[in-house]
Ligand binder design. Structure first.
Ligand SMILES: [Zn+2]
Length: 254
């Protein structure tokens, strides 16, 4: 089953099943898409272009959430394979893809996450397909900023800061961080000085973005939600206690 992500341009709409889980990039709600939420159009062209018969597919996805109803627009350019009989087969993966609305695949994160971190993350998303190495550099700075801000760990190199996390985060989170860290060019990225730009491919840049999204959610959002719940429980308990004290204080002396 194809899973549609917030960057809608990666959705294989051609193979979109009747219902597909999708996260809206505007309201961040997970929705189940049905065919009435999705509209796509194919524009086949040749006109003697150097790559031959090609397909430009545009896709519009409307958020099913009634309070949102926002929509994404994406486009993908597909090439065809030709066999010896002259039959054409459309390649499954687009040669190029563009997210037209919104232009970035960045998820909306709340204001209580420091603005500098959100800004690095949003810029990393915006530039991910255009310049993976610039995107990875911003992601690296964002990751370092998160470790310093949330965990109060500051060391000369990002790799040392990451290693210092091992006994602080839960094993599952550590496994995710370690898995991404150990990938070739990303690993090299974290070993280098923060100002050095290391070449990475688009998939690696995307993986870093996904790691940041996961950690922002795990660290900041979940902590914030937990704090709010605990504060609410404490407030209810305090109110109950006050109610118990009041009648006793108001009771007349014998
Ligand atoms: Zn929405």
């Amino acid at each position: 089953m194809a899973v549609a992500r917030c960057d809608a341009f990666r959705v294989e709409v051609r193979n979109l099943p009747v219902s597909t889980h999708w996260t809206c990039p505007y309201c961040n709600r997970i929705a189940t898409l049905i065919d009435t939420n999705v509209s796509s159009s194919n524009h086949n062209f040749d006109c003697g272009n150097k790559d031959g018969y090609s397909l430009l597919r545009t896709t519009v996805i409307v958020c099913p959430n009634h309070e949102c109803r926002n929509y994404t627009i994406a486009a993908g350019l597909y090439r065809y394979n030709h066999d010896s009989r002259g039959n054409r087969t459309q390649l499954r993966k687009p040669e190029s893809s563009w997210s037209l609305k919104p232009q970035s695949s960045a998820k909306p994160f709340p204001d209580y996450i420091p603005a500098a971190l959100r800004s690095d993350y949003e810029e990393a998303c915006l530039i991910a397909s255009l310049s993976p190495k610039a995107s990875a550099t911003l992601s690296r700075r964002c990751l370092q900023g998160m470790i310093r801000n949330f965990w109060n760990i500051t060391k000369p190199r990002l790799i040392e800061e990451i290693l210092a996390l091992e006994d602080k985060v839960d094993p599952q989170t550590w496994e995710a961080i370690d898995a991404v860290r150990s990938i070739g060019n990303i690993g090299a990225h974290m070993e280098k000085d923060i100002s050095l730009i290391v070449d990475v491919d688009p998939d690696e840049a995307q993986l870093l973005i996904e790691l940041i999204e996961t950690l922002m959610t795990e660290w900041y959002v979940h902590k914030h939600d937990r704090d709010e719940k605990m504060n609410a429980i404490a407030a209810v308990a305090a109110a109950k206690k006050a109610q118990q004290i009041q009648p006793a204080a108001a009771a007349p002396k014998p």
